[in-house]
Every structure is written in C-alpha cells, then in structure tokens.
Design a binder for this molecule. Structure first.
Ligand code: PMP
Length: 305
C-alpha cells in the first residue's frame, strides 16, 4: 500500500502518500495505545458524500479520551481533514482511515510527554466480506478467542490494541474455511464479529447483544436501529446465547466496512433457509438507500466532500 500516488493528511497537512512515514520507535508501535476509525464515502445521487462523518469523528475523539490521549486538533478540523483527503485523491467512493498515535520522543510504558499524532488516509475498498457475501450470506465460526472484557481493554474505544483479538479470531476462522469469526464474551454470551456487530431475527423481532457483552457501539448498528423503527420492526438489545443464533430465522453482521452482510451459517449449522433472509434483505436495501442518498429523511447523515 505504500508505493502509490495520492495524498495523506498527516498532522495538519496533505502530504504525498509515499512520504507519510513514522519512526520505528513510535510509542504506539511498541505498546499498542492508539485509536482509529473506519469511515465510508459513497458516490450518492447528490455526488460524493461521507456517511455519518460527525459520529465517526466524535467516536475517534471518545476513543482517544478513553485512552487518555489528547488529539491536538478540533473535531471540526478532523472533519475537514477527512473531506480534504477524499477530494485530494479524487475518490468517488472510498473507505477512510483516520488514526491517532503516540510519538517517538521516549519509550517506556508511560507515554506522558510524548506527542500525539493524527493522520487520515482514504482508498477504494469494495464489499469487505465480498459482493457474493452481501447477496448470499457468509459462513461464520464461533471463535475459540473470547471478546475483550469491558474492564480489561476498554471496549468502547476503537483502540489499535483491541484488534489483536480480532486478528486472531479472524485468522482462526478463515484458516478453517469460514468467512468470519463470531466472538463470545467472557461469560459465554454472544458479543460481536471480529469487526462487525451481530443481529439475529426470530419471529419477526430483531435482536442484538447489549453493549455489556463488550461489543463496540457500532455506528452501522445504530443506523439499523433507525431502519428497524422506520420498517415497524421491534428491536431488542439483550444477552444472546450461541444456541439462540443457531435457531434464529435470520442473522446478519453490520459495520462500516461490512455494511449489512447476511449470515447463512454458524459453526456448520444452517441459519434459517441458509440464504439472505427476507427481513435482512429489507434492512439491507434500506441501508443502501440511506448511504447512497436515496432516502431524504437521512440527508443530514451525508456530508458532501
Ligand atoms: N465491532 C468492531 C470490533 C469493529 O471493528 C467494527 C467496525 N468499526 C464494528 C463493530 C462496527 O462498527 P461501525 O458500524 O461503527 O463500523
């Protein structure tokens, strides 16, 4: 990814993609304390727009707050930086990656006194779990790795270090021939995917794990809450067991990268009819209408670049 044309916003300036480098003694590289976001811009009916840009930017600042990092820019400046990056790279639709990290002034666990940096990059990125997955649904495996406990790492921070757990779970599942992992919390209840929130549907009611199971408070998850309300679907946040997923009618993952991806199988147990379910399809279609600017009700969620 390093050797390409383009611009990356780094510490207040747009610089050449190839020059966006950091030192090997950067604190975050050694101890993992940093935070990031995943944001998408869509080629909407009204031109390129970034979806829920303010909410993503606020979550980045909240992640930094949880990690006791003070980002040396305002939320407004970081919003503008993201718009500038999409524009500078002439992207019509893309994935954006803002990341804040701790500098290389000194090592040792305490980062006190080190500089806090911020960068924003953007590039084209299609369906995270495959176009086929969006239509047919994906195959998921319950992970042997437990999702972080709420008082071990901070689960509401989109912290760099939290993702070792996601990487291990995803590699284990994909090495076994599955598309993605489902992680349980330390009490054995369903938490989330390696980079996605989970929803299940049973008897026409939509369920998702409440955040005490350690899942990230996903922005797509919140978008689906709004869609459920619009479609007159009852939505319940509760503790969910692994076997409740086996016997549900439909299931899907949500995430900025994953969008709304149906799940057709968990641990080789077929879910529902083993394909994208009818309610999932309605939610997915409403989601794509919103992000592509086809639903005026949510026009304020799209920031033109
Ligand atoms: N959980 C984890 C662990 C994630 O990495 C993501 C992706 N950010 C999500 C859930 C979904 O969050 P969002 O919808 O805000 O992208």
């Amino acid at each position: 990814m390093e050797d390409r044309d383009g611009k990356i916003w780094m510490d207040g300036q747009l610089i050449d993609w190839r020059d966006a480098r950091i030192h090997v003694l950067s604190h975050t590289l050694h101890y993992g304390c940093g935070a990031f976001e995943g944001v998408r811009a869509y080629d909407t009916v009204n031109g390129t727009a970034i979806f829920r840009l303010r909410e993503h930017t606020e979550r980045l600042f909240n992640s930094a707050k949880i990690l006791r990092m003070k980002i040396p820019f305002s939320i407004e400046e970081v919003i503008e930086a993201q718009r500038a990056v999409v524009k500078a790279n002439n992207l019509k639709s893309c994935y954006l990656r803002p990341l804040t990290w701790i500098g290389s002034e000194k090592l040792g666990v305490s980062p006190k006194g080190n500089k806090i940096h911020l960068m924003v990059a953007a590039w084209s990125w299609g369906a995270y779990l495959g176009e086929e997955g969006l239509k047919r649904g994906i195959r998921v495996k319950t992970s042997s790795y437990t999702r972080h406990h709420v008082n071990i790492t901070m689960t509401q921070a989109k912290a760099v270090s939290n993702y070792t757990n996601s990487i291990l779970a995803n590699m284990e599942a994909t090495d076994d021939g599955y598309d993605e992992a489902l992680l349980l919390d330390s009490a054995g209840f369903v938490s989330e995917g390696a980079g996605e929130n989970l929803f299940v549907i049973k008897g026409g009611v939509v369920y998702t794990p409440d955040l005490s199971a350690g899942a990230l408070n996903g922005i797509t998850r919140n978008t689906v809450f709004n869609i459920c309300q619009d479609l007159g679907l009852k939505l319940v946040e509760k503790r969910i067991t692994r076997d409740e997923v086996y016997i549900c009618d439909e299931a899907f993952f949500t995430g900025t990268a994953a969008e709304v991806t149906p799940i057709r199988e968990l641990d080789r147990v077929q879910i529902g009819q083993g394909s994208r379910g009818p309610i999932t399809e309605k939610i997915q279609s409403a989601f794509f209408d919103i992000v592509n600017g086809r639903n005026p009700k949510y026009a304020e969620w799209l920031t033109a670049v």
